[in-house]
Structures are given as structure tokens and as C-alpha cells.
Ligand binder design. Structure first.
Ligand code: GLN
Length: 489
């Protein structure tokens, strides 16, 4: 057997179920791996080794009693903007440093109930605002394929941890690409579910009409296993879908004959790294060889996705982040304050990093009297047009394919000086988020520097099973996912 930390969830479950390994051994292997590589990668903000080993022991006892559960004894990691009872949850921000939630997010409760073991909390861009994990208030995470490069973001800690074997799987959040883009840059599978498929209860809110949690895993089967547990209606989140969650495992078939895959010309435009385009086009040919059909589609409002997203998301963020005022949560500025306004101003000025402050300013401006109609309302209308593009395309195709990210992992510091350059890293992942539809990123090759490339497949709302089906078929035919980084340079 390969190293335990290298297993997929389904391989580990097979080994646990037939008694070849114990959850304690598996969890210890992950903790040893973290000890060996995390000084370099810095994927984790918080580790909970004692609790993890205790949970692993409990899982082994349950198994010995003949019990089972979908993730019984499987060690995973959670992005640090997901509330965990009794475990610090910072959202990568100084303003929440030391904050220990009194409750678990619904998805955490579900994962624990399914038997998952929490290894710790992973690094992210502050409040999930960014594409490189460099906006973390604590430290940047490094890409395991080349430690001079970023892992993507904002779920960069989760992606790097899964890629290198510091967790069998991780949960991230995706507001405009934060699961899919780091998955692409780290060579793992990442899923953004349909808006409302997973509960947002207990996620630290960034942009409430866009935020969704999703899994990062080594392969498609694992992604389906994780989403199966995470998805479903939650009375605590009125935006969750009441529709039952289908059994995703039955969708995992290699036969995609007759599947119609839409290729938007807008996703193969200027700015796309030639190596990325080549890998993605080769991936599309694999689908043709498997009997699928490629169909040209047109998503005419794609060019407006960036400006629409960067009005809607900051507007919602400026409202959501108003609660961090030094009164109830985390950080409070030191000193004597004449007015409550002074307390707010100094706490927020010192507690938020520059990117978060920029978003609050942008959002408050777009919502302000006199500008609301010109910016926020206009952006909402364009958002509807973007959704309409997908509705129209899906009348003729089953899925829409393209690159996840226009580029492979960039160097640390390369894009931090220019916010627009950072925003452009999400150019292909914003539209699906605005439209509320699901999308998956999966490994589809490497560039000339040996850095992973991601293929993105998007499906109509609630059609995650269709997406898993095609992704599984591709994965079976190619095996890119089997490549592992050997922490280089
Ligand atoms: N990079 C985008 C942003 O900075 C998306 C982030 C996300 O999906 N959380 O807003």
C-alpha cells in the first residue's frame, strides 16, 4: 500500500472497513505529514491533534462494534472561515483572532455526524477576499508544486493541504472561485455546489448571495462522497434548497456517450496562458474520444462578469462586515475612546487588512445614495443577464467546459501590488457563482514548469450528479489526478 497520507477517502474507507488500517494510524500519518511539511507550506492556521486522535480512537471503537458511517474515521481539514465549536475561527483576519465559536456550522455538524475527523483549520485570504492566500493576516501559504508560488485562493490552505497529503480532503468556500481556482493551481478536485445546495449557517459571511462551501479532494469519487454528506436543506438557512440530495455515487459511470458539452468561445480569449489552453483543449478531445459531443455555445455577457462581481460582492461584504466593531467579537483597539464611533473606527482601521478595507469602501460607495442605481442596481440587472446566458446555453448542452484559471500558479508577490491583476485570476469562475450554478475543477495536465492545470465543468442548478458523471469519466480515462507534488524548490 502507498503511504497512508497519500490515500483517497474511498481507498482509506476500503482499508478501514476490511480492518487493514485503523483510523488512529491514518490520523497519525496525516499528523506526521503535517509535521514534516507544514513548516514550509503553512497550509494550517490551527491544528487540533489531540482532539483528532481522540475522535480517531472513538471511530475505531465504533468500527470494532460493527458500526459504519459515510466518513467514519476520515481525517479532513476545514477552511478557517467555517465555524467550529471550541476551535478558534479567524477567517484569516486579525479582527477575529482569538474568537472561539460557541457552535458548529451546519456542514461541520454533518461532517462530524458522518464520522469525519477534524485535523485543524486551514489558511485563507482574509474573509475569503483574494485569489492567492497572500491576503491572510497571518502568513501566506505556499504551493506544494513549487514553494515560490501561491496555492491560489482564497481556500489556498485547504487546496495545498489536500495536494500534499496533510488531509485526505478539505472544505473550502467559493464566493467567486475560491474553491475551484486553488484546486486548479494545486492539482486537486474542487467543487462549487449550486447556490443553496449546502447550508451557509456558520460560515463567516462574505457575500451572502454568492457564498457556498464545497469540498477539495484528490479525486472525483471523494468529491461526491463529501458533497453527499454536506448537502441538503437546513432550517437554519432559508436559502437552502428543499429538494432531496440525489445519490451521487450512482452517477459515477465512465460512459459519457451522447453527452453534449458546450464550449464557450468567450473562455478561450486573450489572457489565457498557451499551456493552459493546450491542456484544456486536449481534455476536451478526451471527451470526444469517449463519445461526447462538443458544441459551440455563446455566453455574451461574460465580459461583464468581473465588474458585476466586484460590485455585488463588495456591496454585500460591506454590510456583512459591519458586525465586526470591537464590541462583541475578537479584536478591540486599545485605549480610551471619546465616542463609540472612535472605538469602531480604531478597531476596524487596525483589525482589517488593506484588501478588506478596499472592499468595504467599494461596497459602501456602490450602495450609497446617488450611486446605488448607477452601480449596485445595474450590477444586479447584469447578473440576471449573465444567468440568462447560462439558461440559454443549457437548453442545448448538458455541461459547459473551459479552463478554471487563465494561468497556472503565479509567484508569491507577483500580483499583490495591483488588485486588478489579482481579480483577473478569477475571470473564469465568477460567472457560474453569479448565476448560482455548480461547477467542478479537475486536474487536466501540467504546464512547461510542471504546474497543474484545471479543467472546469459547469452544470445547470442542482445537476451536480451530471457534473460528477462527466468528471469521473474523464478522470478514469486520464489519471492526471494520480500525480503528487514532491515539495520542490
Ligand atoms: N477571488 C475572489 C474575490 O477575491 C473570489 C473569492 C472567493 O470566492 N471567496 O472576491
Amino acid at each position: 500500500m502507498s503511504d497512508l497520507y497519500d490515500l483517497t477517502i474511498h481507498e482509506a474507507l476500503d482499508a478501514l472497513r476490511c480492518g487493514d488500517i485503523t483510523s488512529v494510524a491514518l490520523t497519525q500519518a496525516m499528523l506526521d505529514r503535517i509535521l514534516a511539511v507544514d513548516n514550509t507550506l503553512q497550509a494550517y492556521l490551527t491544528l487540533t491533534p489531540e482532539a483528532a486522535l481522540e475522535q480517531a480512537e472513538a471511530a475505531d471503537v465504533l468500527r470494532a462494534e460493527g458500526r459504519d458511517a459515510p466518513l467514519l474515521g476520515i481525517p479532513i481539514a476545514l477552511k478557517d472561515n467555517i465555524s467550529t465549536q471550541g476551535i478558534e475561527t479567524t477567517a484569516g483576519s486579525k479582527i477575529l483572532e482569538g474568537y472561539v465559536p460557541p457552535f458548529d456550522a451546519t456542514i461541520v455538524r454533518k461532517l462530524k455526524a458522518a464520522g469525519a475527523i477534524i485535523l485543524g483549520k486551514t489558511n485563507l485570504d482574509e474573509f475569503a477576499m483574494g485569489s492567492s492566500t497572500e491576503h491572510s493576516a497571518f502568513f501566506p501559504t505556499r504551493n506544494p508544486w513549487d514553494v515560490t508560488r501561491v496555492p491560489g485562493g482564497s481556500s489556498g490552505g485547504s487546496a495545498a493541504a489536500v495536494a500534499v497529503g496533510e488531509a485526505l480532503a478539505a472544505v473550502g468556500t467559493d464566493t467567486g472561485g475560491s474553491v475551484r481556482q486553488p484546486a486548479a493551481l494545486c492539482g486537486v478536485v474542487g467543487v462549487r455546489p449550486t447556490y443553496g445546495r449546502c447550508s451557509r449557517y456558520g460560515l463567516v459571511a462574505f457575500a451572502s448571495s454568492l457564498d457556498q462551501a464545497g469540498p477539495l479532494t484528490r479525486d472525483v469519487t471523494d468529491a461526491a462522497l463529501m458533497l453527499q454528506v454536506m448537502a441538503g436543506h437546513d432550517p437554519q438557512d432559508g436559502t437552502t434548497w428543499p429538494e432531496p440530495v440525489p445519490d451521487y455515487s450512482v452517477a459515477l459511470s465512465p460512459d459519457v456517450r451522447g453527452l453534449r458539452i458546450g464550449i464557450p468561445r468567450e473562455y478561450f480569449a486573450e489572457g489565457l496562458q498557451p499551456d493552459v489552453e493546450r491542456s484544456v483543449r486536449e481534455a476536451l478531445q478526451v471527451f470526444v474520444e469517449l463519445g461526447a459531443e462538443l458544441v459551440d455555445v455563446h455566453l455574451p455577457h461574460t465580459d461583464y462578469a468581473l465588474s458585476t462581481y466586484y460590485l455585488v460582492a463588495p456591496a454585500e461584504a460591506s454590510a456583512n462586515l459591519a458586525r465586526f466593531d470591537g464590541v462583541r467579537y475578537g479584536y478591540r483597539a486599545e485605549g480610551h475612546f471619546e465616542t463609540i464611533g472612535d472605538l469602531y473606527e480604531q478597531t476596524r482601521g487596525a483589525g482589517f487588512g488593506p484588501e478588506v478595507l478596499r472592499r468595504i469602501m467599494l461596497g459602501a460607495y456602490a450602495l450609497s445614495a446617488g450611486y446605488y442605481d448607477a452601480y449596485y442596481l445595474k450590477a444586479q440587472k447584469v447578473r440576471t443577464l449573465i444567468k440568462g446566458d447560462f439558461d440559454a446555453a443549457f437548453t442545448n448542452v448538458d455541461l459547459i467546459a473551459g479552463p478554471t484559471s487563465p494561468v497556472t500558479a503565479f509567484h508569491l508577490g507577483e500580483r499583490t501590488a495591483d488588485p486588478l491583476q489579482m481579480y483577473l485570476a478569477d475571470i473564469f469562475t465568477l460567472s457560474q457563482a453569479l448565476a448560482g450554478i455548480p461547477a467542478i475543477s479537475l486536474p487536466c495536465g501540467f504546464d512547461a514548469d510542471g504546474l497543474p492545470v484545471g479543467l472546469q465543468l459547469a452544470a445547470p442548478a442542482l445537476q451536480e450528479a451530471r457534473m460528477f458523471h462527466a468528471a469521473f469519466a474523464y478522470e478514469q480515462a486520464t489519471k492526471w489526478w494520480m500525480q503528487r507534488p514532491s515539495i520542490s524548490k
